[in-house]
Each structure stands twice: as structure tokens, then as C-alpha cells.
Design a protein around this ligand. Sequence first.
Ligand code: PMP
Length: 414
Amino acid sequence: MDPSRSEPSGQSTAGPAAWRREFPALDAPVHGRRLAYLDSASTALKPRAVIDAVVRVFTHQAGNVHRGVHALSEAATEAYDAARDDIARFLGGRPDEVVLTSGTTGALNLVAHSWGRAHVGPGDAVIATALEHHSNLVPWQALCAERGATLRIAPIDDRGRIDLEALAGLLDDRVRLVAVSQLSNVVGTIAPVAEIAALAHAAGAIVVVDGAQAVAHLAVDVAALGCDFYAFSGHKLFAPPGTGVLWGRRALLEAMPAWQTGGEMVASVDYARARLREPPHRFEAGTPNIAGVIGLGAAIRYLATLDRAAIARHEARLHARLREALAGEDRVRVLGAPEAAVVAFTVAGAHPHDVATIVDREGVAIRSGHHCAEPLHHRLGADASARASLALYNDDADIDALIAALARVREVLR
Ligand code: PMP
């Protein structure tokens, strides 16, 4: 058996305390305090199973993939190909629909540059929602500018929910594509993707889902979502950074031109021209992030050993506590009405960077800034915010630590 496919050891299925023990980054104190890591929406910590898989690549599977016939290359190729199968199973798709990319950003740019340039022309339109991360906004702005098309923004309400009626009103026969994130990285609202997909398809548009935040928290089934493309990043799913996935409907992928060209994506080449390989390989030019992809497969297999319904219940309970605790804090304003995983907030009289810096001294890691969603912050009447975000390894002590640290913020800034 391929050693990279061994499952994590220990009683990792047992519950929150056991899940926590699988993440060695939580063992090291920060500024002399127990670490309260509340920044998983930025990047998630890695479980032992992933760390071990990556170490194994560089010790036993150190060859290149799909190139050599020697033992190390074959070992790397076997583990790498197996990861694609794991990813397909995780998403409810087929391995030949899984394009391996550098991240969500790489995946969305692939759609914009390949599908977009082939299908969006002068006078056409693209819709993105007012919630989007820059990764699911700027590629569409650039595509529209290049192709003479128009970008339409689907509005949200003050809670951070997409206004479906308004979105439906923006859909007409000029719209080629609708871009939506399944779970907002700022307001933590969950988009009704299946409903949006039905509306978009009825108008003849395709739907691209940014799953960067959703994958670690919500059940993802691309068939049930009814989307045409689904993008996510490995590093938010407990895997190494520099890995990502674009799932696409097979028929769409088959009709798409290459974007980046080079080695590995060609079937045959002469000095004048190249014959391209079938998808997904057509979209995977050059040596990939071998250890990262194998680590992503390990992350998905690690998650498969856990009770994901129990994780969802644990996260939902913590999220409700976090939301209520922050909403009850003096001078704190929560942005929107978060439904899962993240809570973004401002503290009157304190810049979010100062808030994050002060709580860091107390061992609490949160994010500050506009979280790559500058237009959304302006829509919500804020320039920036602090953001606490959860993962399976968080517990009540983490939330208590944040609330105690916020009292410290008020003391320092008084
Ligand atoms: N979309 C959303 C909703 C995100 O939260 C992020 C990461 N913050 C991205 C896209 C971009 O992901 P990456 O930087 O891994 O490509």
C-alpha cells in the first residue's frame, strides 16, 4: 500500500478536544499565552496527517510527477493522482473534472481567461454579488474591460444577504456568467447557490462559485449546488498553501482553450504548433505543487475520518457564542448578520489593526483590514474591520480569550 494513504492515528474522531490534539501549531504558546487561533478564514492550521504526508513526499516520493519511470517518480505520481481522486470524491464530481491550480485565485482566473475570453464579448454582461472577495471580483472587472462587456453587481441587504429579487432583475439574455461566493469571508452569510444557479441557467448564464470559505465548513456537493464551476484553496481546508482546485462541468472544460501553456499540457509538439491534451491536463502546464497536492489529498482523507456533522454542530455552537459575545461588547459593532464560521466587527475609537495587535499580545490571533473585500466594507459603512474566524479545533476558551483581550483593547485605548 502507498504509505501516503495511511490514515491519521489516535482517537481523532472522538470530539473537539481530540480534534485539537491533531494540530501541533496549537501546542506552542504565543507571547507566553495559550494560543487562541481565530484566523482560520485567512489560513487554517495543518493536522499531523497533512504534515506527515508532506514530509513523506520529500523523504520517500521526491521525484517529479508524470515524467520519470524511476521509483521515486512513480511513487510521487501514484500519490498525486490519488489526491485528485480524493478531491473529486470530496466535491461529488469526477476526477477528470478536477483541475489542480495554485488556489482559489488561480482557479477563478483560469475561468476568466479561458472560458471568459471565449464566451464574453462586446455588449455582454457578467454579474458578481456585492459580497465578493477581490479574487471573485477583479478577474471579472478585467475580463469585462478587455471584452467590452459590463459588470453588474447584485446587491445585498444590511445583514449581508444577497437580494435574490434584485439579482433576478439583473439577469437578461446578455448575461453570460454569475459569480458568487458560497460563504462570505466577511459577513459569514451563506448564499442560496442552488437558487441562484436555477435563476442564472434559466437566463442562459453559467454560475461560478467561490468556495474558498465554504469548503471547511459546509457540505459541498457540486451536483446539488447546480453550479458550473467551483473554486477553492487547499490552505483553508487544512492543506498546504499554493494548492487549489477548479471543478468544472466536463462539457465546459472540454470546450475551453488553454490559458497557460508549456510542458505537460501537450499531447505532441513540433516547431510550428502543439496538440493539446484533454482536460484537466490541458490546464495544468508545468511542474505542479506536488507535495501540496498530496497534502491536500491527506487533508481530505483526514476529514473523512471525522464526524463532519459533529464538527458542524460544534462550530455552530461556538459561532453563536462568538456572535453573541461580540454583539454584547461595549463599543463593538458586528458587520452584517453572520451565519457561519466568521464574525467581522469594529470597535469604536480603535483601528482594526490596533485591535488585532493588542489582542495578539494576549495570545489571540485575529485578522484585521478589509480582508480583500474593500467594496463590501464600504457597502457596510466601514473602512476596515477585525475578524475572528473558527475551525474545528477552536473551543470556548478561545472565545473567552478574545473577549478578555477586547477588554484590554479598551483599557489601552481609553
Ligand atoms: N475568496 C474568498 C471568499 C476568500 O476568503 C479567499 C481567501 N481569503 C479567496 C477567495 C482567495 O483565496 P486564495 O488567496 O487562497 O487564492
